[in-house]
Design a protein around this ligand. Structure first.
Ligand code: AMP
Ligand code: GLY
Length: 421
């Protein structure tokens, strides 16, 4: 089978890597891909939002399966266009992807179906939003309603911070005119529960935890994610069972009841609070960088799963016991402004796997080409071993414009150990 992967980041590199392990795959294309993906797939210069060009390419090349990585391609309707053309594709339709693209849709669905999440109110008017926020306890959680690459959320500690954020979101059109969801502040460790979903069928993946803040000790601005690991020692099998039975399965059922059945990866961004497990957000796709630590642990043939989801058939998922931990190397300045075009050396001298998140080729040189640039993966019998291996490989990479966090996995390796000793 010929397979097309849509996207250009570390998530798509991990998907391509998993596809190379399937005996059913004859050839992999990636649109548009990056310098690392180019070693394992043929890169095609089409962006994820160029829906008609992607569809025409898949039809012309006889692609048997297309896998969508980024939310922007889903929101552009790539799945709908492929389905109309009778092409097999893995991912939710535009209507189903609203669980991610509209915070209000997601929050209202959760309210209607009794899914545990923070109480909320949605606003389009600055004055009403400001009045509500000032009447509530701080910190206040303000979420811009629309795709904002994980950066549309402000946790305001003071009325002044809340006011500035509401002005940005509702008066100054910084993000484009939209809505703001104001919700109660929750506390506890966060984790990512990704499931393959096909209508009412839900197959849970191994759990992972992302690290959203830019710097060590969970300090600094929110990013798209600076590192991840799997499994999670602080989430018990009872927690996982609760999340599956009270969150992921009911949401899959609700999407069917709402007339927009979900097919693809439903990603629950969950928090283990003192009151129980609560939903922070849903995504309609594989998480990035969670995918880069979860898929290396998948033992089953991923093509069987993608096809079972697309066609509504049964499949089984098996996992390796190994611990996997990965560290993002990001361009200095990220998530603010940063430079591109810095050369990266040492990539051939690594012990483990590296997924490319934002790179490009210039002749045979690999250059930085994004905010998040590389994802260095360590695997071992324990998370501590996996982290040591990842850090050793990070030290082998030579580039003058990258930074990384050294404490990925701290919830499992330091805090959790402390709480239990
Ligand atoms: P989101 O884009 O909705 O995942 O939010 C980004 C980050 O903001 C989350 O990963 C949390 O760390 C934080 N966050 C979002 N909602 C809440 C909430 N209700 N209470 C506390 N923190 C939150
Ligand atoms: N790692 C968070 C996300 O993919 O949205």
């Amino acid at each position: 089978m010929k397979v097309l992967v849509i996207g250009s980041g570390g998530r798509e590199h991990a998907i391509v890597d998993a596809l190379t392990r399937s005996p059913q795959v004859e050839k992999i294309y990636c649109a548009p891909g990056n310098a690392g993906i180019a070693r394992q797939a043929e890169c095609v210069a089409i962006r994820g939002t160029e829906v008609e060009r992607l569809r025409d390419f898949a039809a012309a090349e006889g692609i048997g399966l297309t896998v969508v990585g980024p939310e922007a391609a889903l929101a552009a309707g790539v799945v709908d266009a492929f389905e109309v053309a009778g092409l097999r594709i893995f991912g939710p339709t535009k209507a189903a992807a609203r669980i991610e693209s509209s915070k209000e849709f997601a929050k209202e669905l959760m309210t209607r179906y009794g899914i545990p999440t923070a109480d909320f109110k949605a606003f389009t008017e600055y004055d009403a939003a400001r009045e509500y926020v000032l009447s509530r306890p701080f910190p206040a959680v303000l979420k811009y309603d629309g795709l904002a690459a994980g950066k549309g959320v402000v946790i305001a500690q003071t009325p002044e911070e809340a006011d500035a954020a509401l002005r940005d979101m509702l008066l100054d059109d910084k993000f484009g005119r939209g809505k703001v969801v104001v919700e109660d502040y929750l506390e506890g460790p966060e984790f990512s529960f990704m499931c393959f979903v096909s209508g009412r069928r839900v197959w849970p993946m191994a759990l992972a935890q992302d690290h959203k803040r830019a710097y060590d000790g969970d300090r600094g601005p929110n990013t798209g994610g600076m590192g991840a690991y799997s499994p999670l020692p602080f989430i018990t099998s009872d927690d996982e069972k609760y999340a599956l039975e009270h969150i992921l399965q009911p949401v899959a059922d609700a999407m069917v009841a709402e007339g927009c059945p979900f097919r693809g990866v439903l990603y629950g961004g969950l928090m283990k609070t003192a009151q129980g497990i609560r939903v922070i957000e849903f995504n309609a796709r594989f998480g990035d960088p969670e995918t880069e630590v979860v898929l290396p642990r998948l033992r089953s043939d991923i093509v069987d799963i993608f096809c079972a989801v697309a066609e509504g058939r049964e499949a089984t998922l098996e996992w390796h016991d190994t611990a996997t931990l990965g560290i993002v190397l990001a361009s200095k300045g990220y998530p603010g402004t940063y430079e591109k075009g810095h050369e990266i050396k040492g990539l051939d001298a690594l012990d483990g796997t590296v997924y490319h998140m934002g790179t490009e080729l210039a002749g045979d040189r690999v250059l930085t080409a994004g905010g998040r640039v590389l994802f260095v993966v360590g695997q071992g019998a324990t998370l501590a071993e996996a982290r040591a291996k990842a850090l050793a490989d990070v030290a082998r990479i030579d580039c003058d414009d990258l930074f990384h966090r050294s404490d990925i996995g701290h919830w499992a390796l330091e805090k959790f150990t402390m709480h239990n000793s």
